[in-house]
Each structure stands twice: as C-alpha cells, then as structure tokens.
Design a protein around this ligand. Sequence first.
Ligand SMILES: Nc1ncnc2c1ncn2[C@@H]1O[C@H](COP(=O)(O)OP(=O)(O)OP(=O)(O)O)[C@@H](O)[C@H]1O
Length: 598
Amino acid sequence: MREGGRFGEEGWGYEPEGVLLSRLNNAFFRNLWHLSTIALRTWTDWLLFLSLPVLVAAYIAAGYYEMLVPGYLYTTLIEDDLQGFIHRCLQLLGLVILITVLKTLRSFTTSWLANSWRISITNEIHGLYMSDLTFHTLRMEYARIDNPDQRIVTDIKELTSTFFTILGGVGAGGAYEAFGNILWYSVQVGQRCGWYGVVTGYVWSAVMALISVAFINVVAPWVFRQERLEAVFRFLHVTLRTRAEDIAFQGHGTHEYETLDTSLVRCVDNTKQIIYRQIYLNVIQFWYGYMTTFVMYFSVGVAVFSGLAWEYTAEGERAQWIAQTSGSFMFLLWGFTILIQLSTQTSDFVAYVTRVSELHDALLDSKRRNGHDTHPNTNTALNESQMFIDNPQTLVVDKLQITSPAAEVLMSGLSFTLAKGDSLLLLASSGKGKSSLLRVLRGLWPASQGSVSLPAKLSTGTGGLFFLPQRAYLAHELTLKQHVMYPTMQADDAASDDTIRALLCEFGLERVLERVGGLDVIANWHTMLSVGEQQRLCLARVVWHQPSIAILDEATSSLDAEWEKRVYQSFVKRNIGVLSVGHRETLCALHNRVIKLA
Ligand SMILES: Nc1ncnc2c1ncn2[C@@H]1O[C@H](COP(=O)(O)OP(=O)(O)OP(=O)(O)O)[C@@H](O)[C@H]1O
C-alpha cells in the first residue's frame, strides 16, 4: 500500500502508484515484448504466430479480387455481354466462398493463439508465484502488487484475448488487416491516381490516428485503475465469504457492508469516468468512419475532374475505372479506419499489459533477490561436516537477533540447540516475537544478526523440520486422509489407510470419521469441524510425517489440558523433537526445557 494511501480514506484511497505507468509509450512496448517472449519460445510457437498474418494476407488478396468484380460486372451490363456476366457472377461466388473460409480460419486461429498464449504466460507467472514461497514474499514485500490472483486469473486472459483481437480481428478486422490493406491499396491507389491519391489518404488518416492515440492515453489509465478497483471489490467479498462466521458473531456486518459499498461506489465512479472519456474516442471513431465515404468520393471526383481517367473513353471502361478506383480508395481508408477503431480495445490492452508486467517484474525481482540473499536455513557458518558429525539431526540457533519489517528489534542474543527427541518451550507474552522467530527458522524473514543452522537432512517436511502454524490450515477439496498426508500426497495403499485411521482415533477424530463416512470423503471441513478438531487433525499430520523436530506455534491453543498432554505424549512416544512457542505456563510441564523470553 502506498504511503499515506489507505483503503477507506477520502479520495481514491488505495491509490495505485502505477496508474501513471499505464500509457501507450516505450515502456508499454518493452513490456509487451517481454511478455511475448514467454509465449514465443520455440520455432513452432513462431510458426503458429506467423500463420495469422499469412491468413490475413490471403484474405486481403481474395478481398482485392472480389473488389474488382463489381467493376467488371458494370462493364458486362453496360455492354450487354451475357456470357461475360455469367462468368463474373461465378467468379464472385467462388471468391465469396474462399473469403468465408479464410475469415473463419482467421477467427479460429485468433482464438486458438489467444488461448495458447494465455496458457504460456499463466504457466510462467504462476510458476514463479508458487515457487520458493514467492506468494508469501510478494504479499509481505511488494504491497503495490494488489490482487496477484486477479492478475493471474483474469488479467492474463483479457490481455491475450484483447491482443489477438487487436492483431487478427474477430468481427471487424484487426491490425494485420489494417496494415495489409494500407500497403496493398496504397499501391493500387498510386497506380490509378498517382501520388495525389495516396498522399490524400495518408495525411487524412495520419492526423486522425494521432488524435486517436492521444485519446487512448486519456482512457488507458482509467481502465488500469478500474481493474484494480474491481479486484479490491472482489477481494473484500471473498474475505466476507471466508470469514462469514467470525463477522456474524461480531455484529450485523454493518461495517463490512459500508466498506463494500464504498468499494462498489469507487468502481462505479471510475466506470463513469471511462464512459465520459470514451465519448471523445467514439466521436473520433464514428466521425472518421463516416467521413471515409466522403473522402473516397471526393478524391475520386478530384481525380476524374482533373482528367486522370481521360484514357477511358468507352462508357463501360470508365464505369469500371471509377468502381475499382473508389473500391481501392475505400479499402485504403478502411485500413486506417480499423486502426482508429481499435483504439478502445488498445486502451484496455495497455492497462492489462501494465498490470501483468508489473506482477511479472515483481516476481522476477523477488526470484533474483532470493538467489542472492543468504537464506537463514542454508547459513553454513555451522555446517554439518563441522558440527554435527555425532548428531546430524540438531537445530542450532546462535546469538539470533530478529528485527520486524518495521525495523523494531523483537528479540536478540537468542541461542539454543535442539536435537531429535528433545523438547524445548520458548515462553513469551503476546507480541514478543514468537511467531517471528518461527518465520526466521522457516526462512520467511532474514535474521538481522546471528545464525540459524541445520544440516541439510533437516529440510522441511517428512524426516526433517515440520512447522505447524497458529491457525490450523486445511487446504481446499481434500479428504480426511489427504489432510493427514498434506502437503505431500503419497500413493494409496491399505497400510496407509490403517495407519491414518489409527492416527485419527488417537487424536480423537473417530466420531468425525464415522459421521462423514470414511477417509475418502471431501467436505467443507472449516465449517464442519470445531476449531479444536481442526487443530487435532493438523497435529495428527505432524505424527504422520514423523519429522525429527516439530515446530509448533501455539498449535495446541484450542485444546484442553488433557488433550494437550496426550498430544505431547504422542510426540515423545515417537521420538519426535518439539520446539514450541507459547505464552501459557501449563505448557512448561510438557517440555524438557523452557526458555523464557523477556
Ligand atoms: N509484517 C510486519 N510488519 C511489522 N511488524 C510486524 C509484522 N509482523 C509482526 N509484526 C510485529 O512484530 C511483533 C511480534 O509479532 P509476532 O507475531 O511474532 O508476535 P507473537 O509473539 O507471536 O504474538 P502472539 O502471541 O500474540 O501471537 C508484533 O508487535 C507485531 O505487531
């Protein structure tokens, strides 16, 4: 969030810093190129991409011959030539069929490429987002990247579909058709009317195109802002849904209603701004569209009256020259019209490219920094070969200092060792930095001084360290069995089922197992299980993974004393080392050692 800008304040609140970046300028083209290189990695990608302009070129060529036919038809009609008339009609029918096929193929290729680019860009960005816990880093350190989920799910889709609509055109023709027409019909108009015709078309259209680009930049930042505001609105609704019960307990949701309402008003106000600003773009587009006919006949008229068609003295030939010259003019100007009419889509496109590139840049930046930073867990000041020959399953914390992102020193000089089978409680009151210590151990925060060392064998997960956060985490769409196995899902076998069933019974979940009808049922566990049951399910998960050391962040806070004791006995029985952080004195009796943090 930008300094001084907080959602809910007067004005735009949550004001995007990047709003000024959303413009049709060099940075936009650079960003577009970077994103394109993600989708254009192999020769096949390039071939498919280049098939679209080839198809459009074939379509333009067929359109050119179709444009010539009416001129020939005039001649056959004026000269009473029945045979010639039938021949030209058949030619026209053949061309119409060819054009239909080419246009359908163009549409198909456009949609296909849009989808294929979406897959490539989403895979790349999603891969970066999910690797090395970057989704966490992004949330903590790149606050200006609002709603990465919306960027990954919706903005990339809109970006790719708008891009290919702009290039290939679905109904009205796209940039390829525009440039193809401009090139081809410049030659045609030049041959028929000389430099005068071409210059008239170009000057007229260039002025209009420049005005259009200026108006794209009037709209694009507001479209960018709209995406952001819509994302915030959706996020608030998702929060309302996921925390529905907490909110319901605390009141009637009046505050939430007001916040959502404010957010909706912002979306709607911004939409109004876009609609107002698009008036200018529409005026340019529509005026240009209709003026095309005027400019076409005016230019042909000037050509005829200045004697350019003098050599066509026969009536039929003259009618043909006029029909084909105005046709060429019309297609030349149509090329420019398409470009100008693409301005609305272009302003949306600029906004999507900016949002997706912003996320991609942040992900690459995070990856680069990850590569350079010394990860606390790989600090080899005390490495396995030097220190842990006798006991390779030991965690060592040495003179550790932890500083919060707000630069507040939360604890310093903390030292301890913990081996498999041992248990240690770090006791401290609320807000003293217990969870922050675990963040450092997990490598989510760097240590500001001192070191955390553990042998490679103590990687996270089965057989290594296993972290259990304060709030029980139950992932979506999992069965009871999968919740126990989470985060790794092993192959199904009867022995695993028996072990998991026994574990669930050991942790007091046999009634749940009976109620839902077995290990393999998916249910909405968050609403179905009590908070204590959710914690016990996660504690059963620790036992299943048999870590050397379990690191528990008040993970038994919702259990009564009896259950808490049984859980720790379970760990002792299996020789699982435990590092607990908490503030309840009752925990002391359940650990071999206690360190009280001041
Ligand atoms: N991202 C952050 N930016 C700035 N300060 C933070 C951040 N996260 C935590 N803090 C601050 O660091 C301090 C320690 O937080 P931490 O979550 O480690 O406390 P704790 O000891 O686990 O507390 P509790 O027992 O209440 O869960 C708190 O004052 C908290 O406000």
